[in-house]
Design a protein. Structure first.
Length: 128
C-alpha cells in the first residue's frame, strides 16, 4: 500500500516541476552584400500554445550568467539578466517561431560576449 501511495504521489507531482523554455534554433537570411540590407532572423523556442503563447505574444529573453566567486569558497553565482524581447509569429502546441521585438538598452545591461540572442537563451511569457 505504501508503495502504491508513493508511486501515485510521484506521478502527480511530476507536472509541478519547473520546465525551462529556451531558444533551440534560429534561421536567418543570407547576407548578399547589398547596401542597407535587412537581415531577418527567426528564433525557434520550445514554448507554445500549450503554455498560453499565441501569435503576437511577447516573450522576454534572458541570459544566465554564471560567475565564480573567488572569495566565497569559489562558489558559483548565477544571474538571470533580461536581454530583450521576441514577438511570436507562429505558435503550435509545444513550440513557436518568433522574431526580434527589441534588445535591452546597452547602457542598462551588463557586458556580454555576444549581444544578440543565441541558442540556449531562456524565454518566458511577458506579463506586463
Amino acid at each position: 500500500m505504501k508503495v502504491l501511495i508513493l508511486f501515485a504521489l510521484l506521478l502527480f507531482t511530476q507536472n509541478l516541476w519547473a520546465r525551462s523554455y529556451v531558444i533551440f534554433s534560429l534561421a536567418q537570411d543570407l547576407p548578399m552584400g547589398i547596401e542597407n540590407e535587412q537581415i531577418r532572423k527567426n528564433y525557434y523556442v520550445n514554448i507554445g500554445s500549450g503554455q498560453g503563447v499565441k501569435k503576437d505574444s511577447i516573450l522576454d529573453v534572458f541570459r544566465i550568467v554564471s560567475i565564480q566567486n573567488p572569495y566565497d569558497n569559489k562558489k558559483r553565482v548565477n544571474y538571470k539578466v533580461k536581454i530583450g524581447e521576441l514577438k511570436v509569429l507562429h505558435s503550435s502546441d509545444e513550440a513557436s517561431i518568433a522574431m526580434l521585438n527589441e534588445y535591452e538598452k546597452v547602457e542598462e545591461t551588463p557586458i556580454f560576449e555576444l549581444t544578440q540572442f543565441m541558442v540556449g537563451d531562456h524565454v518566458a511569457i511577458n506579463v506586463d
